[in-house]
Write a protein that binds this ligand. Sequence first.
Ligand SMILES: Cc1ncc(COP(=O)(O)O)c(C=O)c1O
Length: 381
Amino acid sequence: MSPDFDALRRRFPVLERKTYLNSGSYCALADTVRDAINAYMEDRLMVGANWDVWVAKNEAVRALMAQVLRAQADEIAVTASASAGINALASACDFSGERNKVVISDFEFPTNAQIWHAQEQRGARVVHVPRAADGYIPLESFARAIDEQTQIVAVTHVCFRNGAMLDVAGIARLAHAKGAKIMLDCYQSVGALTVDVKRLDVDFAVGGMLKYLLGTAGLGFLYVRGELVRSLHPSHTGWFAQENIAAMDITANRPSPTARRFEAGTPAVVNCYAVEAGLKIIQEVGTDAIEARVRKLTELCMARLEDIGWPSITPRPQHRHGPMVCVRARQVDQLFWKLMAEDIVCSFRDDNLRATFHFYNNEEDVEALVGALARHRAQFQ
Ligand SMILES: Cc1ncc(COP(=O)(O)O)c(C=O)c1O
């Protein structure tokens, strides 16, 4: 049975007042996520330091995140951000030998380029796969860049600038054929699409909780394929990454046998409350149902944009886009503020206005956006 999207929509109060097409920046806040944050405050007021509950919350986030990615809990590190996960992974890479190449793409979010470039001081060579003339990055371009010297291919799933989605399973095949590993940055897809790390066959995946996972800022995740965990020794570490956190041993670093070895210090407790509640909604609705809903809305949006003669620059085929639809605009910042004045919340990067969809959006949101763009068509570039 299909979820009751109208009832679900009512759980996000901001949607009564705004056309909210900004989940790719920060999700709408759900009633149960607000209640969870309030529950943390109650704990602090009434109990003080409720450590048993807090540790359980952190583990609940790990277990739920594993379910979302269709992985095992032991394969998930709960991190402070996507950047923290990438840093921990990079710290476990050895760039001193022949296999010192890192392949990234022109579609990366800055952090997934900057952190790998920071490894140049440790011997890494970072190669960028360029976009083709049509703005997309086809598999052939990755095939040219990935070779026997490639240690890791670190790529985004959906590009934060233009909404284009890469062929991750294809890139994983290319990487593995050359003996390289692949890390997926799925921050712009996870929660809105089904991201099945086993089916995609990626070795690592990072993201965070404040966008389509319905949580809050200050928490991310790193998935590490189970078979690889024990072979990797992050130097970005801390006491919460140890095999026995309670040992308080200052004589050695004894990493956890699980992906927890990629964690560091005290978990962000209040964020765990919020994120647990957000992930429960994702699980309740189900990522397959969410993806079907999001695809219906993005398809409608792209078709309606063509009707008004302001076509999206995001690739139209379903296998080439995710939850984001972009249009190019003249003075896009002005357009953004005009839409804000009409209670339509989008975002922009480069010259692109970005509309990002979640299951709580509906056809009326699409019409509100398209109607407003038709009125502001002078800004069509
Ligand atoms: C694709 C992508 N990767 C990484 C990040 C950065 O994540 P964090 O701030 O958690 O390091 C973002 C944030 O918007 C993103 O969209």
